[in-house]
Design a protein around this ligand. Structure first.
Ligand code: ZN
Length: 338
């Protein structure tokens, strides 16, 4: 029996304050970084990242020449073209713009309101090993807030991250065991202990080999261990907003930040084919904020207007409507190694 939970109130403005402060500028910087990568790397046509299907005929929408297609086999929605893996690696290793969103002064708020609730949710499904020891591995850790949150619940936690800015911030400010390694490199080092939990928060949508990464997680987990996966959800109000204002969605967004978006069916496919059984889903998102952001960019008089004020005031209630209908832009799924 798979459990479903809906909704997570959040002070969205506080969470993304540095980004919200200058939305237009942020989009420009981002686009410039991607244009630079496009000068040096050639776009590649891609097959489905989960099942390998080459049927890209079901186009959901197109922005600046990049299409989102829905896989007829596993239901994953993915880009039609991508930058080569070296370019993505370079972006995440050096991309200060990316790290900035996380390694800023809001990290205490993020820790308490994003990482802690997620860890608590996953922890409900974890059982300690015979020695009563609980080990947590977080992949694509950023500054390591998932590590702090899991340590506070009694775990020994290790995080893997390749962004140098994030690693430095997490090690210095939070004292985390952050390692400058990919999951592949970490798995090759053959760690002696098996993990109770492996988490991928906003990670399996950014790498071109999500199935390999899940298979590695399965090998590193002890029997009965769980994997926690937070991914963007395609069948959401945010996607409807982006489709309505396609010019405001930069091409960079699709080429870097959104290689693929999952549906419930797609993540279940990924679990099943890597020896995992789903146990719980948590549906929540920032769709109401996506609407406000797009209105801010599209309408010159919107910022500071009575309409904006009322939308902000009711942001969480509006969001709850989409969460309840599984029409939110994020899902956190937990599955157990069979
Ligand atoms: Zn597929």
């Amino acid at each position: 029996m798979v459990e479903h939970y809906f909704g997570k109130p959040i002070d969205a403005a506080k969470l993304k304050e540095p980004l919200l402060a200058n939305l237009g500028e942020q989009a420009k910087t981002y686009q410039a970084q991607v244009e630079d990568l496009l000068k040096r790397y050639k776009l590649q046509r891609v097959n489905c990242f989960l099942c390998g299907s080459d049927d890209t005929s079901r186009v959901e929408f197109t922005v600046n020449g990049i299409s989102y297609v829905r896989c007829p086999v596993c239901d994953l929605v993915h880009v039609s073209h991508k930058l080569p893996d070296e370019a993505l690696y370079e972006y995440y290793k050096k991309g200060a713009n990316y790290a900035e969103a996380y390694a800023n002064s809001q990290y205490i708020y993020r820790l308490d309101h994003v990482a802690r609730p997620k860890v608590k949710f996953i922890d409900k499904y974890v059982t300690a090993n015979k020695k009563g020891k609980k080990l947590w591995l977080d992949v694509g850790s950023g500054i390591g807030d998932m590590l702090v949150a899991s340590q506070d619940l009694g775990y020994t936690a290790i995080g893997l991250e390749i962004s140098e800015d994030s690693i430095n911030f997490g090690r210095d400010r939070l004292g985390c065991d952050l390692r400058n390694q990919t999951l592949e490199q970490f798995a090759e080092s053959r760690p002696s202990d098996k993990f109770s939990a492996v988490s991928f928060m906003g990670y399996l949508d950014l790498v071109s080999n999500p199935m390999e990464e899940l298979a590695r997680a399965a090998k590193l987990l002890r029997p009965g261990g769980v994997v926690g996966v937070s991914v963007p959800h395609f069948n959401s109000f945010s996607r409807a907003v982006q489709q309505t204002f396609p010019k405001q969605s930069t091409r960079g967004f699709f080429l870097i930040n959104a290689l693929m978006q999952y549906t419930e069916k797609a993540i279940l496919y990924a679990f099943k084919n890597n020896g995992f059984e789903p146990v719980a889903f948590w549906w929540f998102g920032l769709d109401a904020m996506e609407l406000i952001n797009n209105l801010t960019l599209a309408c010159p008089g919107f910022r500071g207007s009575p309409m904006a004020k009322m939308l902000w005031e009711n942001c969480n209630d509006i969001q709850q409507v989409f969460d309840n209908k599984k029409a939110c832009d994020n899902m956190l799924a937990v599955a157990r190694k069979v």
